[in-house]
Design a binder for this molecule. Structure first.
Ligand code: IMP
Ligand code: MG
Length: 188
């Protein structure tokens, strides 16, 4: 049955099988690299990171805990980061002394992650690592070291698998390129 998302789909960028295979690889790699590390916390950046976190955590074979934070950097309806990042939900635990692995859906300009990392650093974690599912490297405005990347992608607006199109379609099991013309036509 076709999903409601199809109307806005220009192309499937990363299909479900490719996505899941890569996440399994990342899980194995992280489990190997961080074996022996104590007090590992995955910090999921909501809302976009939620699908990735839930699949990634099930591929980790090392002990770890999870926590969540939510930030916003887009104005309503905007498709580019404003560069003005705001925390809308903070972690439930104090990150001091912990080894953090930030789990993010996509890095675009880099402003969001730069803000998050700087903010977390002030709270004295033992270490901070970054795992991003998607990397729009062409658009980077801030230099950020990403420890784990799922896929480098071109500069196109994508949605699905946690990423939204005006808050909808996060449930798509694959990553699609949005047909923004179709979206504008539908705007009320
Ligand atoms: P940055 O601050 O420019 O790196 O933007 C990062 C945030 O913008 C991500 O965490 C996403 O929430 C959002 N974002 C960037 N590109 C896209 C996209 O193509 N689709 C959906 N959300 C995006
Ligand atoms: Mg995000």
């Amino acid at each position: 049955m076709p999903g409601a998302y199809e109307k806005y789909l220009a192309e499937v960028l990363i299909d479900e099988e490719t996505l899941q295979k890569r996440i399994a690889e990342l899980g194995a790699q992280i489990s190997q690299d961080l074996a022996g590390i104590d007090d590992l916390w995955l910090v999921c950046v909501l809302k976009g990171g939620v699908m990735f976190l839930s699949d990634l955590t099930r591929h980790l074979t090392i002990p770890h805990a999870i926590d969540f934070m939510a930030v916003t950097s887009y104005g309503a309806g905007a498709r580019e980061s404003s560069g003005q990042v705001r925390i809308v939900m903070d972690l439930s635990t104090n990150p001091a002394g912990k080894n953090l692995l930030i789990v993010e859906d996509i890095i675009d300009s880099g402003h969001t992650l730069d803000y998050i990392v700087k903010m977390l650093r002030t709270r004295s974690p033992k270490s901070i690592r970054i795992c991003a599912l998607l990397n729009k490297f062409e658009r980077r405005e801030v230099d950020i070291k990403i420890d784990y990347v799922g896929f480098d992608i071109a500069n196109k607006f994508v949605y699905g698998y946690g990423l939204d199109l005006d808050e909808r379609f996060r449930n798509m099991p694959f990553i699609g390129v949005a047909d923004l013309n179709a979206l504008e036509e539908q705007a009320p």
